[in-house]
Design a protein around this ligand. Structure first.
Ligand SMILES: Nc1ncnc2c1ncn2[C@@H]1O[C@H](COP(=O)(O)OP(=O)(O)OP(=O)(O)O)[C@@H](O)[C@H]1O
Length: 436
């Protein structure tokens, strides 16, 4: 669990997300509250409920991004789900509890990665021995092995083909939907049930020495880490640190005035299904039972039509923190293009650098990109910062294609350049509807 204070969390988020101070503060407090809860002694600890958040704001203004970055910062298992997916026609079986099961799977992947990392050096040594065995045979003398080991480490044998026996992960019986399970347990991998019987099967594969390493290191690492411990820690990470981002919650509001009754009923049904998860229940997963009491839920929606007060009262009570995210302005776009550590300008510069092409963005070039994105958002549809991606892609389409022939060139991205590549399109709402 992170020790960062709310102020530190906000300043970390500032590295990636422009503005939206209120939302950043709310998620920072929610995270710190978990840290505080851990420090409460006695039975009161279990009583403290998470500071679940309702984020209200138009599309593409940073709601998901703030939540995702927060999870990353906290090393917390994270999942994003669209609430509307549970209202889809033909939706059967995949109940809302699947959210928790998916979160557990995400946590397992995270735990496995961390552990693989910690045994990497040992796994690397073991992988090297297997490559040597494949090259010279298991019975070769120590001096032969030493000679080959040296060559191997110097990369001289990278291109050589070897045959190695790797674990056969293909499942001969495929996926099985347990009868009578009503989909409650989700799909069960038959290999998980009869795991022991199937594990240990190997198949021989031919590959280059250089390509074999990644696979063999992963296999050796898995042998060194304790799978049961991974599952146990993953479940406890979900219970203590898990974050669920529930998008489009406004779309499952039954509106008070008019509307199609049937649809409203099904929407309200989704809220009712979600409620126990948020209030705290125990979900059965194939890895064990998971308590959801302390999972942090961040619900989000534009609330253009429905209002937060249209949500079920119980649900409103469980989303006590309300924050609004504002529309992004042209000035925000300028900052989003340039300031974040992973800004689009930095990304395009780096991509072109790989081809030996230097991009030089001028101030008026960046302003033109921001202006066009804002104009298209106004004229066609406001999709927030996502518009920057489509505009940038269009502006750099030609350079992206021809870059390999332009090694050593410097391209100045000024207002004229931007206008030349995208100006005409942006001027016509009809055209930009399709291409921007
Ligand atoms: N304030 C911001 N600062 C930096 N980048 C942003 C900001 N807002 C959005 N972006 C970028 O725009 C993209 C879309 O944002 P995000 O996924 O957070 O949208 P959202 O508000 O969750 O909308 P939706 O509810 O439709 O998913 C992301 O790639 C994100 O990096």
């Amino acid at each position: 669990m992170t020790e960062l204070t709310p102020r530190e969390i906000v300043s970390e988020l500032d590295r990636y997300i422009i503005g939206q101070k209120e939302a950043k503060r709310a998620v920072a407090v929610a995270l710190r509250s978990r840290w505080r809860r851990q420090r409460i002694e006695g039975p009161l600890q279990a009583e403290v409920t998470p500071k679940n958040i309702l984020m209200i704001g138009p599309t593409g203004v940073g709601k998901t991004e703030i939540s995702r970055r927060l999870a990353k910062l906290a090393g917390a298992p994270f999942i994003k789900v669209e609430a509307t997916k549970f209202t889809e026609v033909g939706y059967v079986g995949r109940d809302v509890e699947q959210i928790v099961r998916d979160l557990v799977e995400a946590a397992i992947v995270m735990q496995r990665e961390t552990r693989r990392e910690s045994v990497k050096a040992r796994a690397h040594d073991a992988a090297e021995e297997r490559v040597l065995n494949a090259l010279v045979g298991e019975n070769a003398g120590e001096s032969t092995r030493a000679t080959f080991r040296k060559k191997l480490r110097e990369g001289e044998l990278d291109e050589k083909e070897i045959e190695v026996a790797v674990a056969d992960t293909a499942n001969p019986l495929g996926m099985l939907d347990l009868p009578g399970g009503g989909g409650q347990m989700g799909m069960v991998n038959i290999g998980d049930i009869f795991g022991k019987a199937f594990s240990g099967r190997t198949k021989k594969r031919r590959m280059k020495v250089a390509d074999s390493y990644e696979l063999l290191i992963a296999e050796e690492a898995d042998k060194l880490v304790d799978q049961e411990e991974i599952t146990r820690d993953a479940i406890s990470a979900v219970e203590e640190d898990g974050i669920v981002f529930l998008d489009e919650i406004d779309k499952v509001c039954a509106r008070s005035e008019g509307g199609v009754r049937g649809a409203d009923v099904s929407r309200e049904g989704v809220q009712r299904d979600l409620l126990p998860l948020i209030e705290g229940t125990t979900v059965t997963t194939k890895h064990g039972a998971v308590k959801t009491d302390h999972i942090l839920f961040i619900a989000s929606g534009a609330f253009h039509v429905a209002k937060p007060s249209d949500l079920l009262p119980e649900l409103q009570g469980r989303l006590p923190i309300r924050v609004s995210l504002r529309d992004l302005t042209e000035e925000d776009f300028v900052r989003i293009l340039t300031e974040p550590d992973n800004s689009l300008v930095k990304q395009y510069e780096a991509l072109m650098k790989a081809e030996g092409v230097t991009l030089e963005f001028t101030e008026d070039g960046v302003s033109a990109l921001a202006r066009i994105a804002a104009e298209v958002n106004r004229a066609v549809e406001n999709i927030g910062a996502r518009r920057l991606y489509t505009v940038m892609e269009r502006v750099f389409e030609e350079i992206s294609f021809t870059a390999p022939d332009r090694d050593g060139e410097t391209v100045t991205v000024d207002a004229a350049f931007v206008e030349r590549h995208v100006g005409d399109l942006a001027a016509s709402a009809d055209l930009s509807r399709y291409v921007l």
